[in-house]
Design a protein. Structure first.
Length: 116
């Protein structure tokens, strides 16, 4: 199994930056790809960014050019650098990992609030 723990959320003004971290433990060598999702109040959870073991990244259109996903294999950690934050980025951000090709793990989430 894989366990994920997020950190780095908080309150920031519009235009500011935050960096989220997600530390993985357990069967980390079975991880195929890692993702960041978010869920705003009253809305469905949505994919924000993903990164494969080979370093291929993908982003939802609304965060392209502002957010960067990266992974540090030595620290078993994936990051989400968020710049030029907007109030509409306010949500609970969740880390997610695909492992052993068929399993999925979620972190507990971290709140990001962007004030206008």
């Amino acid at each position: 199994q894989v366990q994920l723990v997020e950190s780095g959320g908080g309150l920031v003004q519009a235009g500011g930056s935050l960096r989220l971290s997600c530390a993985a433990s357990g069967s980390i060598f079975s991880i195929n790809a890692m993702y960041w999702y978010r869920q705003a109040p009253g809305k469905q959870r949505e994919l924000v960014a993903g990164i494969t073991n080979g370093g291929i990244t993908n982003y939802r259109d609304s965060v392209k050019g502002r957010f960067t996903i990266s992974r540090d294999f030595a620290k078993n950690t994936v990051y989400l650098q968020m710049n030029s934050l907007k109030p509409e980025d306010t949500a609970v951000y969740y880390c997610n990992a695909d492992y052993d090709l068929v399993y999925n793990a979620w972190g507990q989430g971290t709140q990001v609030t962007v004030s206008s």
